[in-house]
Design a protein around this ligand. Structure first.
Ligand code: GTP
Ligand code: MG
Length: 427
């Protein structure tokens, strides 16, 4: 069968028809199968807490999960913002939850402490997941998913307005994570001020284009409650691990000289609303949104950065394989070009060195010739000196011989003289 026929067949959408069944088949157990599978597998849920040091992050986490997580207080003298993840295995009934709480330690302490480490941390978790997905042998089934499912952004209860750091940070995070803003330590602000503060915060978030997480209203079962809760954002919460006796019941509360603030009393704060929305109603939606919205965006940008696309310029669909082939060809031709460039560079270098060596040889030769000439000149001078000396020696010897001859003549003459005197006397 020709390739085009195959393509045509694989692209044909199967026609769907409604049929009524004659009796019970059993696929109505699919939801139960899903539940049982999920329960065995367990769940992971990762919360990022962003808020200034001492705002009440650890206390709220302890209050939310009704336990005491081991946490150490952050110092106000951290050099930069540091992300501290801690993972706990929790169990309620037969459901296992791998909970990771990530603290942005040192955030908001000093003016120069930026949100870069937070963004980098979120991206790093996406990257780990993407790398696992791209592996030939993936093990996503038992992969510990560390992607952040929700960012609880703790707002200081000033009663004024949001700090610019809050707006800037939330703006940077809103495309990467589900943000739920909360007003921390809400017991330190009066009821009327709190109402105005909430309206102001929402107004500022909207005017600055910050997208916070909206509880979904598309599922009928939870649409109503979620719509009501969306109107209550940002939740004003109080945290406490202290138990106080109210009536004849022990409740978690903060006790003051003038009264008791009950954490789980909806007239006192929105803690119950937060717990309902975060854990009981929308935990799965937060996980789902993280995967289908935020991770999808990261994955798309990352793959596009790597040169992968779903369609070419004319909107023709591109398969991953085609893109890979094109990239491979591009890479190989680039490699070839680089190789040729390197070879050319090498040849040029060799030529250059050869020329340099030739020049050096010529210089050496010239030097040699020069020295040779000097040597010959010296030799000639020495020869001349030697000849002169020989001539002088010869002349000296001649003079010496003449002197000797004269001397012997003189001696001879003096020896003849007394004989003549004697002769004269006799005469
Ligand atoms: P670091 O981790 O050190 O940044 O602090 P944190 O944000 O975890 O704050 P933590 O929970 O340690 O609380 C700091 C202080 O605030 C403690 O004394 C808490 O008792 C107090 N605190 C916590 N929650 C509340 C609250 O809702 N209202 C009031 N008034 N105080 C609170
Ligand atoms: Mg803490």
């Amino acid at each position: 069968m020709a390739a085009t026929d195959l393509e045509r067949i694989s692209n044909v959408e199967p026609e769907s028809r409604s049929l009524s069944l004659g009796g019970h088949v059993g696929f109505d157990s699919l939801p139960d199968q899903l539940v049982s599978k999920s329960v065995t597998q367990g769940f992971s849920f990762n919360i990022l807490c962003v808020g200034e040091t001492g705002i009440g992050k650890s206390t709220l986490m302890n209050t939310l999960f009704n336990t005491t997580f081991e946490t150490e207080e952050a110092s106000h003298h951290e050099e930069c913002v540091r992300l501290r993840p801690q993972t706990y295995d929790l169990q309620e009934s037969n459901v296992h939850l791998k909970l990771t709480i990530v603290d942005a330690v040192g955030f908001g302490d000093q003016i120069n402490k930026d949100d870069r480490p937070i963004v980098d941390y979120i991206d790093a978790q996406f990257e780990n997941y993407l790398q696992e997905e791209l592996k030939i042998r993936r093990s996503l089934f038992d992969y510990h998913d560390t992607r952040i499912h929700v960012c609880l952004y703790f707002i200081t209860p000033t009663g004024h307005s949001l700090k610019s750091l809050d707006l800037v940070t939330m703006k940077k995070l809103d495309s990467k994570v589900n943000i739920i803003p909360i007003i921390a330590k809400a017991d330190t602000i009066s009821k009327s001020e709190l109402h105005k503060f909430k309206i102001k915060i929402m107004g500022e978030l909207v005017s600055n284009g910050v997208q916070i997480y909206q509880f979904p209203t598309d599922d009928e079962a939870v649409a109503e409650i979620n719509a009501v809760m969306n109107a209550h954002l940002p939740f004003a919460v109080v945290g406490s691990t202290e138990e106080v006796k109210v009536g004849n019941k022990l409740v978690r509360a903060r006790q003051y000289p003038w009264g008791v603030v009950q954490v789980e009393n909806e007239n006192h704060c929105d803690f119950v609303k937060l717990r309902e929305m975060l854990i009981r109603v929308n935990m799965e939606d937060l996980r789902e949104q993280t995967h289908s919205r935020h991770y999808e965006l990261y994955r798309r940008c990352k793959l596009e950065e790597m040169g992968f696309q779903d369609s070419d310029g004319d909107s023709q669909p591109f398969s991953l394989q085609e893109t890979y082939e094109a990239k491979r060809k591009e890479f190989l031709s680039e490699l070839q070009r680089k190789e040729e460039e390197m070879r050319q560079m090498f040849v040029n270098k060799v030529k250059e060195t050869e020329l340099e060596l030739k020049e050096k040889e010529r210089e050496l030769h010239e030097k040699f010739e020069h020295l040779k000439r000097i040597h010959q000149e010296e030799k000639r001078k020495v020869e001349e000196k030697r000849r002169e000396l020989e001539e002088e020696t010869k002349a000296f010897n001649c003079r010496k011989a003449a002197m000797e001859a004269l001397q012997s003549q003189a001696m001879h003459a003096t020896s003849q003289q007394p004989l003549r005197k004697d002769k004269d006397k006799k005469n």
